[in-house]
Write a protein that binds this ligand. Structure first.
Ligand SMILES: [Fe+2]
Ligand SMILES: [Fe+2]
Length: 245
């Protein structure tokens, strides 16, 4: 087994290098997107996870992926425009597609199962709708204001443009934290999406879709926080280091 991933690396950097690590972190409740700056060793300690075991699992999974020829896209090597194109067409498009049906279905299960599971389902309904509203506004801000500025900056970089962008991404980063908190709260109020015995097909499908939404959102926020924003912050350091300001 080759050692590609070590305990001294940041969670976000590991997922940049090996995106499939996100599924393994998720299984252990390790937050790699909003908590991407955390060192793996510290996360393992915080979650009382056997470090040797988890690092072996990560490296073995990496080796298997390489052997099977699974394409491992290192997003830190693509241009910012390509990354933005991927985020918008994959992750924003996904949310736009699932939001309407989940709005309808979270209301439907509250209506049908409210009598026995009203407390949980009312919270799911409320939290999901808050998440939808927050994310819709957030994505409009990204697509209409911030991302076009990043593309423009990439074509013609300047320290002035970068300063404006850094202020914008700080705001987006705060919003990611708020969204991350809603996702965690959804998992908490549903007791990790545990289904009651009388859960019908729709109830089951809503809980499955919400978990899929969680995975997709984690990957989405990870690409913005740990790849796009980190790239811009590194550019600022380079500008300041070269004193070409
Ligand atoms: Fe986004
Ligand atoms: Fe975002």
């Amino acid at each position: 087994m080759s050692v590609t991933i070590t305990a001294n690396e940041k969670l976000g950097d590991i997922v940049v290098k090996f995106p499939q690590a996100s599924e393994i972190f998720k299984r252990y409740g390790i937050d790699f997107c909003c908590g991407g700056d955390q060192i793996l060793a510290d996360a393992l300690e915080e979650h009382s996870v056997d470090g040797t075991l988890l690092i072996n699992v990560l490296n073995q999974t990496y080796d298997e992926a390489v052997k099977q020829g699974i394409e491992i896209v290192d997003w830190s090597t693509v241009s910012l425009s390509q990354l933005i194109h991927h985020i918008v067409n994959t992750h924003h498009a996904y949310l736009q597609q699932v939001f309407p049906s989940l709005t309808e279905l979270t209301a439907k299960i509250l209506r049908v199962h409210g009598k026995h599971h009203g407390e949980v389902l009312a919270q799911v309904h409320r939290l999901f709708n808050r998440l939808r509203m927050d994310m819709e506004e957030h994505m409009i801000k990204e697509e209409e204001a911030v991302f076009p500025q990043v593309v423009n900056y990439e074509i013609e970089p300047s320290y002035e443009k970068l300063e404006v962008l850094i202020r914008d991404i700080q705001e987006l980063d705060r919003e990611h934290d708020e969204t991350g908190n809603i996702v965690k709260e959804l998992r908490r109020v549903t007791d990790n999406y545990a289904l009651p015995e009388d859960a019908c097909k729709t109830y089951t499908s809503v809980f499955e879709k919400l978990q899929e939404l969680e995975s997709n959102l984690f990957q989405h926020i990870h690409l913005e926080n740990n790849v796009l924003f980190v790239h811009l912050l590194n550019d600022r350091k380079k500008f300041e280091g070269s004193q070409l300001i």
